[in-house]
Design a protein around this ligand. Structure first.
Ligand code: M6R
Length: 606
């Protein structure tokens, strides 16, 4: 959450900072702001809402200066108002922050005892006030920033700018990511490589508890012990172009449409043309593991839930799946034969990162499935399996999900093969089914009439129920999450068989019920559950293939016809109608599809 940028330049920085903020706006769009040193003095501009509002403000109230910091906010403490927008300024100090200062109430009390009152609802303001107080007590800017940093508990990526200091940014990292970029007698700071991509590809990632003193000519990095240290400078290419929608109305629509080609690319990455595995290194083979832990958040968690079925059923490997925010607080025992696998598109999700850190040193192997390969999770994992989905901009994850599923299924097949749980013939069948997926996806995307009609129906509803059984249960959850996120319609998912244990009380002739029912060994059971719903006048939208729809009979309200697919790989294909139902519902409702309210693409606070 929250994007941070900083620039020490020889040119006017406001336009450079805004361009960099555009690239990290996916981290939050509640407010945005800049601070620069203008003729030796600190000056700030802040606006509520998306970055475009700040750009508009800068047209009317330009901000001069060749050094500056910028911020795009996802609100944690305090509503998205001007008062709570970053940079937070106190006297001679301006601060931008990503993270949460957990002891901010104690700091507020301390400041109060010194006669210093807070005027915002944020945790961040206390940082600026503390640093400014230190300066008023005679400390230099760097001393003041360091003394302040030593008082902070929680997670942060921070940048300080000081009145009268045109050639200085102090930065620090604990928990939240931060990178320093090197230019030609210029220096940059950003939450990630994407922010800085057009400016430089030479980056140093700060490590936890690092403090950096940045000038145009130099950077000094001090580690947790205060020792001047060397951190490697890496060349990281994050793509310099501004992302574009390629003619689609929304990034989400474009990203849904890209799935056949990205999944195809992924299959080529991990499978040879004659169906063997490639590029799947493990320090030890799957045979050595007696347990698999799968951890993720949101959509990535649902990918893990699908994978549990795959690993247990095909590879006979016991699997535990958990939401990252719950995982480490259970303090689960991790055996030395455990493979701990983390799934994250951004690779920056704070809860997933902490879950990985909890397992590091305990599990036999840590492995992550990520899209952003220079992310914190990627850097801290024993091994990574990139999903190669390309930049995903829509807040609602789509192509990352199907790519995560594809890699997870390939790994499950590899595990099954290593453990001799399947023979060559079965493996070939499964791989052939996987290879069919891009074509089937294309076919599903070519026939969207059903899904558009169903979405119109859903767009009139206040609540929607998603049902699924077996491999379709996590897909039902994913469908409900997508719908909630972008259409703001309340949606819940249940395992079809669980309906009669309570949720069936919700059914009346108003609430649309989306039943995800790919052919499988539990399909007949799903049909029985469907009858239970129909008997109570439920309005069912059935997502299945022709055979499934025929078997369901005429009482269903609508259907979304899918191409025939092998049951094992069906979740990868059935992700598409789950995404499209949400997408077209949101289109009908006119909501902000790519940047839905209250959300951010990368969730870097716990
Ligand atoms: O970057 P990650 O995959 O770790 O993100 C996890 C979730 O925050 C993410 O999947 C979120 O639920 C999406 N907005 C879902 O569409």
């Amino acid at each position: 959450m929250c994007g941070i940028v900083g620039v020490l330049s020889n040119h006017e920085v406001a336009p450079i900072l805004v361009e960099a903020l555009k690239r990290v706006e996916y981290r939050g769009y509640d407010s945005a702001g800049l601070a620069t040193i203008n003729a030796g003095h600190l000056d700030c501009r802040r606006s509520v809402g998306k970055l475009i509002n700040l750009s508009d403000l800068l047209v009317h109230e330009p901000l001069q200066g060749k050094s500056g910091i910028g911020h795009t906010r996802w609100a944690t403490h305090g509503e998205p108002t001007i008062k709570n927008a970053h940079p937070h300024r106190a006297g001679k100090v301006a601060v931008v922050h990503n993270g949460i200062i957990e002891n901010y109430l104690d700091i507020r009390e301390k400041l109060k005892r010194r006669g210093i009152e807070c005027t915002t609802d944020t945790d961040t303001e206390t940082i600026a006030l503390l640093a400014n107080h230190s300066i008023s007590q005679g400390k230099t800017a760097v001393e003041a920033a360091f003394a302040t940093l030593n008082e902070l508990k929680g997670a942060f990526a921070l940048a300080f700018l000081f009145d009268g200091e045109d050639d200085l940014i102090v930065a620090a990292r604990k928990g939240s990511p931060l990178a320093i970029g090197y230019g030609d007698n210029e220096m940059y700071l950003g939450s990630d490589a994407i922010a800085l991509a057009p400016l430089t590809d030479r980056l140093t990632y700060l490590e936890d508890n690092d403090k950096a003193v940045i000038t145009r000519a130099n950077v000094e990095i001090y580690d947790a012990n205060g020792t001047l240290t060397n951190r490697p400078v890496k060349v990281i290419s994050a793509g310099t172009g501004q992302p574009d929608k390629s003619g689609f109305k929304h990034y989400m629509e474009k990203e849904i449409a890209e799935q056949p080609s990205v999944v195809k690319g992924l299959l080529q990455q991990y499978l040879t043309t004659n169906g063997h595995f490639k590029d799947i290194p493990l320090d030890i083979g799957f045979r050595e593991f007696d347990r698999l832990i799968l951890v993720g958040c949101g959509t990535a968690f649902y990918a893990c839930l699908v994978a549990k079925y795959w690993f247990e059923r095909i590879a006979r490997l016991p699997v535990e799946v958990d939401i990252a925010s719950e995982f480490r607080y259970r303090v689960p025992p991790i055996g030395n034969k455990t493979l701990a696998l983390f799934v994250s598109q951004s690779g920056e999700t704070a809860d997933t990162l902490e879950a990985l850190r909890y397992c590091t040193g305990k599990a036999a192997q840590t492995l992550s499935i990520v899209n952003v390969t220079d992310s914190s999770i990627a850097r801290e994992s024993g091994l990574i399996f990139p999903i190669q989905a390309g930049l995903e901009i829509g807040v609602a994850s789509t192509k990352a999900f199907t790519c995560q599923l594809t890699v997870l299924l390939i790994l499950a097949l590899k595990a099954a093969f290593d453990k001799e749980a399947i023979n060559d013939a079965h493996l070939s069948d499964h791989i052939a089914s996987l290879k069919d997926i891009p074509t089937l996806m294309r076919r599903a995307l070519d026939h969207k009439d059903d899904v558009q009609a169903a979405a119109l129906h859903i767009s009139l509803a206040r609540d929607v129920l998603f049902l699924g059984r077996g491999l379709m249960y996590p897909l039902a959850m994913e469908g409900a999450l997508k719908l909630k996120e972008i259409s703001y319609i309340h949606a819940e998912a249940y395992a079809s068989g669980e309906l009669k244990h309570g949720p069936i009380a919700l059914i009346d002739n108003q609430i649309p019920i989306v039943m995800m029912a790919a052919p499988s060994d539990v399909f007949r059971k799903s049909l029985s559950n469907l009858q239970e719903v129909l008997a109570r006048k439920g309005k069912v939208i059935l997502v299945s293939d022709e055979e499934g729809i025929q078997a369901a009979g005429h009482e269903i309200t609508m259907s979304v016809k899918m191409p025939k697919v092998s049951p094992l790989v069906a979740p990868i294909l059935y992700a598409l109608p789950a995404q499209l139902l949400a997408y077209y519902t949101a289109v009908a409702k006119g909501t902000d599809i790519d940047q839905p309210r209250n959300l951010a693409k990368s969730v870097t606070v716990e």
